[in-house]
Design a binder for this molecule. Structure first.
Ligand code: PGA
Length: 256
């Protein structure tokens, strides 16, 4: 059985002080739900303080990006080992990075390889635009992103990954995918592609999240879908009561 994983992608919100306060506010209630893995993904400058705030607990920290080189003249970038000093996870290939910062399937793959080599668990984001969905291209697009992301990885590496299916039209819009649509892509495309490439054992092990306007009102139904193993939560992860309820509902949805 896959352990559900709920990650809060704080994006470019919360200073170190604000982030630490938010984590302190949620800590007790989140730790009361051990059946779900919980990950905070603050901005780089807030990562060390948030990591110190949760040290020694089973709350985990993730970065929102990294660079694939180990060190050197790459002004503004953060190396995998620097992330690993504080984090267990790293979000890679978020649609905002693909759209605003020129990330491609190729750079996403390089970052995944580098993150794994540093001992991080990548949370790899894939998902289609509204135009692609309306054109009936969702399956081919998402399959292509998954194939490209996994290029050159071993089955063992893939089994330990998290893939977040995030339809771009659902991110920050309040218009989440229906539970059926989330299930159709998480299971019928993402897991099916992993199965096609790596076989049943790897496909059954990899954890697949849904992301895009997950909130305290819709999390239970979305997380009830058999191929949805958790969520990547943006806006609602910035509100203590909402993120707590989302984590509790994920456990309840899985009968845990
Ligand atoms: P949202 O963002 O929950 O605010 O829609 C999700 C994400 O981009 O990861």
């Amino acid at each position: 059985m896959r352990k559900p994983i709920m990650a809060g992608n704080w994006k470019m919100n919360k200073t170190a002080a604000e982030g630490t306060a938010l984590v302190r506010e949620m800590q007790k209630d989140l730790l009361a739900v051990p059946a779900v893995d919980k990950v905070f993904c603050p901005s780089f400058l807030a990562v060390p303080d948030v990591a110190r705030a949760v040290a020694g607990t089973e709350l985990a920290v993730g970065a929102q990006d990294l660079y694939w080189e180990a060190s050197g003249a790459y002004t503004g970038e953060v190396a995998p080992a620097m992330v690993r000093e504080f984090c267990d996870y790293v979000i890679i290939g978020h649609s905002e990075r693909r759209e605003y910062f020129g990330e491609t399937n190729e750079t996403v793959n390089r970052k995944i390889v580098a993150a794994l080599a540093a001992g991080l668990v990548p949370i790899v984001c894939v998902g289609e635009t509204r135009a692609l969905r309306e054109a009936g291209e969702t399956q081919a697009w998402v399959r292509g992103q998954v194939v490209a992301a996994l290029q050159g990885l071993t089955g063992e590496q893939v089994a330990g990954l998290v893939i977040a299916y995030e339809p771009i039209w659902a991110i920050g819009t309040g218009l989440a995918a229906t539970p059926a649509d989330a299930e159709e892509v998480c299971g019928g495309v993402v897991r099916a592609t992993v199965r096609e490439l790596y076989g049943d054992a790897v496909a059954e092990a990899i954890r697949i999240q849904y992301g895009g306007s997950v909130n305290a009102g819709n999390a239970f139904e979305i997380m009830s879908q058999p191929n949805v193993d958790g969520g990547l939560v943006g806006g609602a992860s910035l509100k203590a009561a909402d993120f707590i309820k989302i984590v509790q509902d994920a456990a309840r949805a899985k009968g845990l």
